[in-house]
Design a protein around this ligand. Structure first.
Ligand code: AMP
Ligand code: GLY
Length: 429
């Protein structure tokens, strides 16, 4: 058999989901940097940080890896794909990764491609901030820091003092701030495989960004997700492709190096079913990845390799149509200050790592293993539990039943994942 050595970069729930998807293909010999206890059982973990571009290049050479699959955005923004040269990489070069790394660059690209997004101004001097705030005073202010901010770079607020303070601090740290019109509507995430030859939209999903039920409380990295998202009807899907994905693909393909990876299109869909871009990311979403990768069946390696080679348009594998729903279990105190270092009960790491995409399974995120093999919480988002079935309701029931078997002192999760899509939650009644 023709072994394919894959280096996967990252260590979270997204990367565990990618590791599970890749190893469905029996040709894959998986290596992960730095990985987590589940990726270490699916392959070999290497003690190289996801932000250590030099270390990752050296590891790729040592392994003579056939393909590098990059989970998080930071190494892409720092030029990992560029530095890999002729090595196959699933993940774009830095010139494209700036779509996520710089909000103002993303806005300029959307303008150049003629893609619908919120009207905006870029403010570089504190002296003109007041005028910009006046311009958007009819609705809550939406203020975006202009660099990577780990999910903390956006403020949506109707408190002018708070908006002003956030904008001033953003100008001080990153030199500029984007102030944009508030878009009403419902959000959805579209993950689009893209290379110079074409693009392929994966079924749309919906994240739950706020920490609390009913979308209350502070923003998080994501507390749960489901796929497909019924808000993206066939009509909305057609508009997203013709107004957003096709023009962005044409724009990106006209650059020196085509975009090769996944373009995460964060959408706002208004009451008329018209889509607008809220943000681009240059990686899979976490936890959107957990509810989308299983739909690739055993073909993730083929899809990712083709993207790295500009052969996406030749790939004809079917994409599954199951419904998936994932619930994130977070540490006490997350997102402000997570308490870690606690034992997780009901979790057997060997069982987790050998799980198939069956009915329900666990993806590890912030989990470490102590000397006697006990799983210990080590991050804000600890793990996610995903269910897969014929309907979102079935997927939800499976995920919540699986989660009920796990224990972590002080942990919290949302009991309403999927509510917007009509999922019923007995635990809330
Ligand atoms: P971003 O990092 O750009 O995705 O923004 C984080 C979150 O802020 C989004 O998921 C939305 O919930 C919200 N948001 C961002 N931009 C807007 C906008 N123009 N109108 C309404 N909400 C927004
Ligand atoms: N779940 C949102 C993100 O990955 O950016």
């Amino acid at each position: 058999m023709d072994v394919r050595r894959v280096l996967l970069v990252g260590s979270g729930g997204r990367e565990h989901a990618l590791a599970m998807a890749l190893t469905q293909d029996s040709r894959v010999e998986l290596h992960t940097a730095p990985g987590n206890p589940a990726t270490g059982r699916l392959g070999t973990n290497h003690p190289v940080g996801a932000g250590d571009v030099k270390g990752l290049i050296a590891l790729t050479e040592d392994l003579d890896a056939h393909l590098v699959v990059v989970g998080p955005e930071a190494p892409l923004c720092d030029g990992l794909a560029d530095a890999l040269g002729d090595r196959l990489c699933f993940g774009p070069v830095a010139a494209h990764a700036a779509l996520e790394g710089s909000k103002s660059f993303a806005k300029e690209a959307m303008d150049a491609a003629g893609v619908p997004t919120a009207e905006h101004v870029i403010v570089r001097r504190a002296g003109v901030l007041g005028d910009a705030l006046d311009r958007f005073a009819d609705h809550p202010w939406v203020i975006k820091q202009d660099g990577l901010a780990g999910g903390k770079g956006v403020l949506v607020s109707d408190n002018r003092e708070q908006a002003e303070a956030f904008a001033l601090s953003a100008i001080a740290t990153s030199g500029s701030v984007v102030i944009e019109a508030f878009l009403p509507g419902e959000e959805a995430s579209m993950l689009v495989l893209m290379d110079g030859s074409g693009y392929r939209c994966l079924p749309a999903s919906q994240d739950h960004k706020r920490v609390g039920e009913g979308d209350e409380g502070p923003n998080t990295g994501g507390m749960g997700a489901y796929c497909p998202a019924p808000v993206v009807t066939p009509d909305v899907q057609a508009k997203v492709e013709s107004r957003i994905v096709a023009p962005m693909h044409a724009h990106l393909s006209a650059q020196e190096v085509p975009y090769r990876g996944v373009l995460y299109v964060g959408l706002m869909i208004d009451e008329h079913g018209d889509p607008y871009v809220v943000e681009f990311n240059v990686r899979f979403g976490d936890p959107e990845c957990q509810v989308t990768m299983p739909l690739l069946g055993e073909h993730a390696l083929d899809w990712f390799t083709a993207v790295a080679q500009d052969r996406l348009s030749e790939v004809q594998h079917p994409i599954g149509d199951s419904a998936l729903l994932t619930v994130v279990l977070a540490s006490e105190g997350y997102p402000s200050s997570a308490v870690t270092g606690r034992a997780i009960s009901g979790l057997d790491l060997d069982t987790v790592a050998t799980a198939e995409h069956g009915r329900a399974w666990v993806n590890l995120a912030g989990v470490k293993e102590d000397a006697d093999g006990t799983p210990i919480s080590s991050g804000g988002r600890v793990l996610s539990v995903t269910g897969m079935g014929g309907s979102l309701q079935e997927a939800a029931d499976l995920a919540y039943a699986c989660l009920a078997g796990l224990g972590l002192d002080g942990a919290h999760h949302r009991r309403d994942i999927g509510a917007r899509a009509g999922v019923q939650h007995p635990a809330l009644n």
